[in-house]
Design a protein around this ligand. Structure first.
Ligand code: SF4
Ligand code: SF4
Ligand code: FES
Length: 213
């Protein structure tokens, strides 16, 4: 075990744990979207989980750091909050905010982050870029909405690491990056229809089982 001080709270954590997990499991909240409970190596894609660590020049994504003895961590500084708000606004700059018509309304990761950071879902700080394709219906059991997807990677993770399947992947590059489906109606395993793990972990209703729509 190692002992660290987070916002003046002393916690004991198993050596090797990532700092975000250590905080969340000790009731110290840090905004996050790409982390799933218990995940040891999050993809670090959302850039929301910044903290300041004494001895480091810049805030750092807490899910990328391993705890160490005597670490001094601050989760609520002006620099941290500024970076978290910027990260959220960047995610929202490629997101079609239409909460009234969205299945995620009131159980949405973006709404939770905006509420916690006391910031609006719509701002004009960054230009809005939306993809042309509103929905990908090529999968026999799932529909995918690119303009809701925050590319957190949770769906890819649960499919691969928990279900031991490789049905989902990141496809294309840069601004055009989307979640893509492997296979077609002939090759996709029937278990995919019953599984729904990817849709369940999606924080923004970007992946939905077809028959629920
Ligand atoms: S995913 Fe969340 S923020 Fe986006 S439209 Fe739906 S409810 Fe609103
Ligand atoms: S579909 Fe959902 S879970 Fe998958 S990357 Fe997009 S937002 Fe994340
Ligand atoms: S939780 Fe750390 S970058 Fe997403």
């Amino acid at each position: 075990m190692v002992t660290l001080l987070i916002d003046d709270k002393k916690i004991d954590v198993k050596e090797g744990t990532n700092l975000l997990r250590a905080c969340l499991e000790n009731d110290i909240y840090i905004p996050n979207l790409c982390y799933i409970k218990g995940m040891q190596n999050p993809p670090a894609s959302c850039r929301l989980c910044f903290v300041e660590i004494e001895g480091e020049d810049h805030p750092i994504a807490s899910c990328t750091v391993r705890v160490r003895d005597d670490m001094l961590v601050h989760t609520d500084t002006p620099r941290v909050r500024r970076l978290q708000k910027t990260a959220l606004q960047l995610l929202l700059s490629v997101h079609d905010v239409d909460c009234k018509n969205c299945p995620a309304n009131r159980k949405c990761g973006l709404q939770d982050m905006a509420r916690f950071l006391k910031t609006a879902l719509k701002s004009n700080r960054f230009d809005l870029f939306l993809k042309k394709n509103q929905v990908d219906q090529s999968h026999p059991f799932l529909d995918y909405y690119p303009n809701r997807c925050v590319l957190c990677g949770r769906c890819v993770y649960v499919c691969r690491d928990q279900q031991k399947l490789t049905e989902l992947t990141f496809a294309q590059r840069g601004f055009n990056t989307v979640i893509g489906f492997f296979g077609n109606s002939q090759t996709i395993p029937p278990s995919c229809d019953r599984c729904r793990a990817c849709a369940e972990v999606c924080p923004v209703a970007a992946l939905l089982p077809k028959r629920e729509i």
